[in-house]
Design a protein around this ligand. Structure first.
Ligand code: GUN
Length: 291
């Protein structure tokens, strides 16, 4: 069994991005610039945005943070998004989610210029991804595909079963895994699926993104399967300083020894999601997706 080391691969990708930035600057180009909009003071969101800014520094990007109190009017936020859309110095930006209830997240997402939508949430980017056009791919799907590629995991003709059909993981993963560059045969399993265990046992590649801790048990996994665990449920723990720990969707103790490859939680898919944003910002700065 090979443990998929997301931390190591994420560090590798960051080093590659830093080298590209250095080359751009040495050739007289502009430093890639990522901006983030943060509304309110939610602890989790503050931490995520801090990480994003630190990641930018690490690879040599410029970063900007725009902050609003949580009573900001939707109109004011949308006007700021338009301003960032029109600011030629900014290559890409994100609006950290969730937003306060009086602001429509969908309206916010659809106001972002798809060319600067480095989160890959805009329907134009999702639609382009579905029909195989260059697009910004959202963080988790990017992270999973990159792990599969960098571990040279065979995908062509393999049965890939995806547990979960969310818009941010299961659904886009099902599209990416069936594309010609990956060539897997894909089944999406969800709450109304019959014979779920049997379908999972037929998977060469099982991607668990159901959000239920330790849902995938030993009897759901075939010998030699590749297992990608996307679960990140916070559960209380007396063992950690923070008072909680992350649990994956896979019962690791029953499943790991049956697998050819397995991504652990933490340290598997999680670290890869952070580099997706850096990768998309670099692609945007290089005008790779939209010429
Ligand atoms: N909140 C949690 N994850 C994300 C993300 O990937 N992007 C944004 N914008 N907000 C988030």
């Amino acid at each position: 069994m090979i443990l998929i080391d997301g931390k190591k691969i994420a560090a590798e990708i960051k080093r590659e991005i830093a080298v590209e930035v250095k080359n751009i600057i040495e050739n007289g180009g502009k430093r890639p610039h990522l901006a983030a909009i943060l509304v309110g003071h939610d602890g989790g969101s503050e931490t995520y945005v801090d990480y994003k800014i630190k990641d930018c520094e690490e690879v040599g990007f410029t970063s900007s943070l725009v902050r609003y109190e949580d009573n900001v009017a939707e109109e004011e936020l949308l006007a700021k998004i338009q301003e960032l859309n029109n600011n030629d110095d900014i290559d890409g930006f994100i609006v950290q989610l969730p937003l306060p209830k009086h602001i429509s997240e969908q309206k916010v997402i659809e106001t972002i210029d798809p060319k600067k939508d480095v989160d890959g949430f805009h329907p134009v980017n999702v639609g382009r991804m579905v029909i195989g056009l260059p697009s910004f791919i959202s963080a988790t799907p990017f992270g999973i595909v990159e792990l599969i590629k960098r571990y040279n995991i065979e995908t062509s003709g393999k049965n890939c079963v995806i547990l979960g059909r969310s818009n941010i993981v299961g659904r886009p993963m099902s599209v990416l895994m069936s594309q010609k560059s990956i060539n897997a045969t894909v089944t999406v399993v969800h709450s109304q699926t019959k014979n779920m265990e049997e379908i999972c046992r037929n998977a060469d590649i099982l991607i668990a993104a159901i959000g239920v801790p330790e849902f995938v048990k030993g009897n759901m996994v075939k010998e030699g399967a590749v297992l990608i665990d996307v679960g990140t449920t916070r559960v209380p723990s007396a063992e950690t300083k923070s008072g909680f720990k992350l649990k994956g969707d896979v019962l690791f103790s029953e499943v790991a020894h049956k697998c050819s490859y397995i991504s652990p939680v933490p340290g598997g898919v999680g670290p890869m999601t952070r580099v997706a944003l850096l990768n998309n910002t670099l692609l945007s700065a290089k005008k790779t997706i939209y010429c």
